[in-house]
Structures are given as C-alpha cells and as structure tokens.
Design a protein around this ligand. Structure first.
Ligand code: WTA
Length: 637
C-alpha cells in the first residue's frame, strides 16, 4: 500500500492545508479514492451546523473491515496486524497476522450472527485489553452492528446507564481482566449491571482470568463454545455487510458538563478516511512500523489509533494489557525493546507518573527502535515534554502533541512528526481540513495572533460527531448552539505569534483527570447518592501527576464522628456509581456552599479555594451568605 496523500515536507503541508480550505470536497475526495468502496459516493459533503446535519461521502457503500483487513491480504497477509503484550511479562505474547485476524473476525462475525445479532443492533463490549476485544469490535463492524465499548474501569451502574441509553440487547465481556496485580471481575460487574437491563438477550463471555462466574441459562454463553460451533459448521465465510457511508459505526460515551454521559456517534466512511489520514500523516507511518498506542480501546484514542487508523493503513498495532508501572516502572521500555516499537503514543499523565520513578527504570533499555513519540489526552507541561524528549526519545524523536476529542474522531491539531515544527506544550498547527477559530465570550471571532479564546471549528471534517445517540437535540445544544455556525470544543486555547495553537484546558464543567474526561455534575450526582450527603460541589485543582485532581465540597449529615471514615464511605459510593476513575482526591466537609441569591453555586470561588488561591476570590458581594466563604477557606485541605 502506498500513501500518496502522505505529507513529506512543510511546504507540502502548507499546500495540502490550502487545498483543504479552498476546495474541501476535492481535497477529501482525492484521499477517499484510495480506499476500497463497494460503490463510490454521489456527493462528498452535505452539511449545516444548524440542525446539525453532516453527511460525508453520501451514497457511498463500503465496509470498514474490508479496508482494515481484506484489502491487505493480497500484498501482506503475513504481516503482523496485532502484537499483543500480556499484563504478566512471564506470559507469552501473541501475534496475529492480517490473515489470522481476518479469519478470527470472520469466525466471530459468524458467532454474532448465530446469536441473533444483525445490522444496526447495538452491542455493548466490556472487556480487558486482549486481542479478542479488537476482534469483537471488528466483527461488529463486519456484520454492521454498532459497537459501544465501555472502559473496564466503569462500574455496574455506569454500564447499565449506557446499555439502557443505547438499548443494547447484546453484551460481550470476559470473565475477568488482569491489570497490574489486580484482577477485575468483569462478568460479575456485568451481572450487576444487567439486573437493571432485563432486555439484554445475550451475553458472550470470553475466558481470560478463570475468575469464577455464574452463567445465566438462556442468556449467557461462552465465547469458546460459540467458536467451536462455527468450526463444526466448517468455517463459513462472512462476507462483509454492505454499509452506507453514513451508517453508524459505533457509539462511545463521554462526559459533558451535564450529569449524564453522552453517546457520541461516529459513522463508517468519514471516520475511516479521517483516522487513516491522520494516522499516516501525524505519525509519518512507514510500512512495517510497529505502533504502540498505550490507551485502552475503551477510549476514543484506542478506537482510532489502536484499531481503525493503524489497521486501515496496514500497520502493526501493539496492544498492551497491563499498566506502565507493573511489575515495575520500566514496563513500557521493556515492551519497546522487546517488540522494537517505532512509535509510542501515550498520555502526559503516564509520562509524569514515570518521571516520578527517576531514570533508573530506563537504564540499560534499548529504545533505539523509536522514531516518533506521541502525546494525547490533556495539556502536556514543559517538564514532562522535555523528559519525554531527552530520556525516551534521546532528542532524536519528534514529539507529536495531538489535540482532539471523542467527538472529533481523530487528531485535529498536531505537528506532523519531523515534517512540521514542534513546540513544547503546543499542539501547533491544524490538520488539513481543520479550520480552528478562537472566539470570545460573546461569540465574536478573535482574529490575529498572540490571542486567547474559546476554541471552535468552522467547517466539518470527515469524522466530526454526527449525533448523540437517541437525542439529537442534545448534540445540537452541546456543540453547535453556543456559537452560531461553529462546532464548540469546550476547550480554551492560545494562538501564539506564529499562529501555533496551545490548548489550555476545558472551559466548561468537565475535568480532565489522568487524561480521562469526567463531568463535575456526574461526580456530584454520585456523591449525592450517599444517604448522609445533603449537597455537594465538585471542582478540579492542579495535580502533579493526574493533571487535575477532584476536589469535593460536601455538606454531610450522616457523620459517625470520624471524618476519614465518612470520606471513605463517600469515595466508595462514587466508585460504585461511576467507577474508581472518578473518586474524589479531596473531600472537604462544609456547612454551606457559596450561592448566589438565585441559588446558583459559585464554582469560581470554590475552584480558587481548591487551587489554593484563597486570597484573590474576586467579587463575593453577589453571594447570599458571604460568611460561608470564610468557613470554607479556613477549612481548606
Ligand atoms: C483534552 C481524547 C491538551 C482536551 C483524545 C479535550 C488535550 C479533551 C489534548 C478530550 C492535547 C486532548 N493537549 N488537551 N494534546 N488532547 N485534550 O474526549 O481538553 O477523552 O477537550 O479525547 O482532552 O478528551 P477525550
């Protein structure tokens, strides 16, 4: 496979960018032409941001798995598609070539069919990072079912909410998952979730940990048994379902500023074209490269840059089951050395946590195979950037700081490795096809350079969010109503003298904790579930490793006299309702919250106090009871 659309110089970037703005349809049609279509599109783009309605490659027919698998078989069926590194370094790693992955996807597509799963059905996938997770995802795409992958750290309640929202009648899970020295009983969690989801018809369970599970008759089946059935049927083929360009490919839930996570919907063709384009360009993919994205497939980064982007390009994608610090903080470097990784793509929080272990874990590790380093998920601080550059890249590997979101499907602003300039802490320049705009509070565009504002995008790109599942109006109000005719990202941004972009963080009530998006309202709702809690307010504060920590102010009446026990109770409640990732780092008990006369909590003040800026609280005269502020300030943790 060749990539005539791979940008090889800064001048080529400028030319591509210009073309993408002057003639977006011509630009994207030129790229889309390099994929395998059952039928070409009738119209490249049809859009308005009012409803919003966005259609790319309308009338086109395809199946993304034919582009990720079938079309590679002829020229490099024996190339590794997935290298899987297990949690325990003592266990053997696995390699699946494109041919093997293709066979397994077809096999499992038949399992899905045998279990009644059809085009358009929603399938919830709750698994650990094993190759079968990628197989399950691709098999859904093969049969045209819409996958909704849920990260293995979410609780039963979060899963139930998502299954109900998507009305998913099918679930694929594992008995358990290994993560570091922990074993997570995934099937038990699913059982708890499904108490609320009686409509679920089938649960397919993969054996991984041999954790004891209970199988419910008529509902639960073992993955392995189902595969055997397909084998006894004589390995039938599964010709890929023909999908419309705009048929939904998947739903992925993400937090917003309201309480309920939203199901972001991506569709087949645009998502395929854009993730491939960005993969090939941002990381400057060369045939044979081994790409190690450390994210979990439960997040968008894993969807786009473990599964669809690399596989559509015929790359070798390394999937890691474990965590960076187990059995020790040298694990990433062992993996790089063992598999001769060429690209590592990780989050600033991982870099900062590894920095904390010093240079010892890097000693004697051969990282010479590395060519490109990537970062994603949150702003990277200068110190972490330089540590990554010096100690991992040995100053020879460009760092790509990729800014994007679940809603954008693929990388939006980033340098192209070694091709366009990098600048520490800057995502730098937009990808071709991406037209960023900074706006002020009033929605006026801020022109010129060396300015800051809210980041919006003026024009659709192929993998832009199409809707929020089951609630289109929510998609409109969340992203397209704040500023007229623009997609609003929720991020603040600075544009420097040279026109380079630096993302400064969320400007809405969304936190970014260890690169995970968490809505403050969601955490408050969970805290309020605790019987002793009267009211709560949650804000973020700077955290050395996590980027942001969760600070909760809680009015509590259930006290058994021991504040620490009460804190534990509340933390457990949050863990149970959302999952351990949303546990507050600090809980301060208060007797009141600063509210305006109309009853609105003044988060600005709470944020300042949590950040330790207790002196400059600004104007507090609008408060109903200014005395509350002193109490809170004096009690700061
Ligand atoms: C933040 C992850 C600064 C940002 C792909 C965005 C970043 C949110 C960067 C989306 C970056 C992501 N620099 N901030 N390179 N990348 N963010 O949906 O606030 O999990 O809005 O998608 O992460 O998080 P999400």
């Amino acid at each position: 496979m060749s990539f005539p659309y791979q940008i090889r110089s800064f001048d080529e970037y400028k030319a591509a960018y210009k073309k993408s703005v002057d003639d977006p349809e011509g630009f994207w049609a030129g790229i889309a032409g390099h994929f395998y279509w059952r039928k070409r599109w009738d119209k490249v783009l049809d859009w308005n941001f009012r409803e919003p309605k966005i259609e790319w490659f309308k009338g086109g027919k395809l199946n993304i798995t034919e582009n990720c698998l079938d079309r590679h078989l002829g020229s490099f069926g024996n190339r590794p598609a997935i290298i899987w590194e297990p949690n325990d370094p003592e266990e053997h790693h696995r390699v699946l070539t494109y041919r093997e992955l293709h066979n397994k996807v077809i096999q499992f597509a038949n399992v899905l069919k045998n279990n009644g799963i059809r085009k358009g059905d929603r399938v919830c996938i709750y698994m650990g990072m094993v190759p079968e997770l990628a197989i399950a995802v691709l098999a859904c795409a093969r049969v045209g079912a819409i996958h909704s992958v849920i990260f293995g750290g979410f609780s039963a309640q979060s899963i139930a909410d998502r299954i109900i929202d998507a009305n998913a009648e099918f679930v694929i899970t594992c008995d358990g998952a290994f993560r570091g020295n922990k074993e997570i009983p995934l099937k038990n969690v699913i059982d708890d979730a499904l108490v609320q989801c009686k409509f679920v018809k089938r649960v397919i369970v993969l054996t991984r940990t041999r954790t004891p599970v209970s199988m419910i008759k008529g509902r639960d089946v073992w993955w392995e048994d189902e595969i055997k059935k397909v084998e006894t049927m004589g390995h039938p083929d599964y010709p890929a379902e023909e999908m419309d360009a705009e048929d939904p490919l998947f739903i992925l839930y993400t937090s917003g500023s309201t309480g309920k996570p939203k199901g972001v919907v991506h569709t087949s063709a645009g998502y395929m074209v854009y993730t491939n384009y960005t993969f090939v360009n941002v990381f400057q993919y060369q045939p044979g490269d081994i790409h190690f994205c450390t994210a979990d497939i439960g997040w968008i980064t894993g969807h786009s840059y473990i599964v669809y982007g690399p596989l559509s390009a015929g790359a070798t994608s390394l999937m890691f089951e474990g965590i960076p610090t187990w059995p020790d903080a040298g694990r990433f470097w062992d993996i790089v050395e063992k598999h001769k990784v060429n690209v590592i793509y990780t989050a600033p929080t991982a870099i900062r946590s590894l920095m904390g272990f010093g240079l010892e874990p890097l000693k004697g590790k051969d990282l010479s195979s590395l060519k490109v380093l990537g970062t994603v998920g949150e702003p990277i601080n200068e110190e972490a950037w330089h540590w990554y550059d010096e100690h991992v890249g040995k100053k020879k590997c460009p760092i790509v700081d990729t800014w994007w979101q679940t809603e954008t499907g693929g990388v939006m602003i980033s340098n192209l490795a070694g091709i366009t300039p990098a600048k520490p802490t800057y995502a730098t320049l937009p990808m071709p096809g991406v037209q960023p705009v900074l706006v002020d509070e009033k929605g006026e565009e801020i022109e010129g350079n060396d300015v800051s504002g809210n980041l919006c995008i003026r024009f659709p790109w192929p993998s832009i969010i199409r809707t929020t599942y089951g609630d289109h109006e929510r998609c409109r109000t969340n992203y397209f109503a704040t500023y007229e005719n623009m997609y609003f990202t929720g991020d603040g941004c600075h544009r420097d003298e040279q026109g380079m972009y630096r993302i400064t963080g969320r400007v809405d009530d969304v936190l970014n904790v260890s690169g995970h998006r968490i809505g403050t309202a969601e955490v408050e709702n969970a805290i309020n579930m605790h019987a002793g809690v009267v009211e709560s307010a949650v804000v973020g504060y700077p955290h050395d490793i996590k980027g942001q920590g969760i600070y909760a102010y809680v009015i509590y009446q259930g006290s058994h006299g021991d504040d620490n026990l009460s804190r534990q109770d509340i933390t457990q409640t949050v863990s149970r309702i959302i999952g351990p990732i949303a546990k507050p780092d600090k809980i301060q008990f208060v007797t009141g919250l600063p509210k305006t006369r109309s009853g609105k909590i003044m988060r600005r003040i709470l944020r300042k106090i949590a950040e330790g800026e207790t002196e400059q609280l600004g104007d507090t005269s609008a408060l109903l009871d200014p005395g509350v502020v002193d109490e809170i300030r004096n009690g700061k943790l």
